[in-house]
Ligand binder design. Sequence first.
Ligand code: ADP
Ligand code: MG
Length: 241
Amino acid sequence: MKTVHVADAWRASLAEQGLSELQDWWHLSTDWVEPPNFRRGGWSGVSRLRVPGPDGAETLLYVKRQAGQRRRTLTSGGRARPTYFQDFLALSTFRDCPRVQWVFFAEDDDRAVLVTRAPDGFVDLGTFAARVEPARLFAGLIAVTAALSALHRRRIQHGACYPEHILIDPETLRVRLLDYERWRYRWSVTAAAHADLDQLLRRAPFLDTRGRDTLLRTARLYAPRLTLTAPPAPQRVFHHA
Ligand SMILES: Nc1ncnc2c1ncn2[C@@H]1O[C@H](COP(=O)(O)OP(=O)(O)O)[C@@H](O)[C@H]1O
Ligand SMILES: [Mg+2]
């Protein structure tokens, strides 16, 4: 399977940079954001690149490269496609769901490249929690749950609902989600909400009981049947001298 998708707004600037084909991105330097992962018999890695955007201003892009990591899904017509295809599908079609902007996607048999734009000024949920006052964190958590509700109301489970995949603008509290590789439809709103919030709470040791409660109470506004109880916040260990 061979496909190339370029976001309309980016077509001219990418062409100018010589970044119109999978091959062009494939040969960029590999200053990986985190060590590449070797799973499913292949590998994938994420790096960053600064290029002039459609408005000419320098823009930060995240470049995901992958080889030999495929998955068969209903949405790929039962065919094994690179797992980044599933992410691209969500980013390009989930119109009303908060998500990072996609810039480029290409697939060539075993390889795939997916490029997204880093939203200016946004930080991940863990960074946000460490940086703001409790009242602001409280408001931010409501904004995060409202963002998740856009997926859950459509019975979509994000599937990798980790703090590092949730970006928030500390000024406006707007939220964008990323890494939709594992999204799937669930049979109910409750099931989608339960799975994602359970995952998030387990991965967010920085939230105290009030923070955990805020997420769950807000989620019950759109998923009243949600019976999930927050896993306890990890105990702080005090070392006495
Ligand atoms: N568009 C983006 N904006 C900001 N950060 C991003 C973006 N895309 C990826 N990242 C960062 O890179 C990390 C790895 O990207 P991710 O899409 O999660 O790849 P992987 O499939 O390898 O987990 C994310 O956890 C996040 O910190
Ligand atoms: Mg990830």
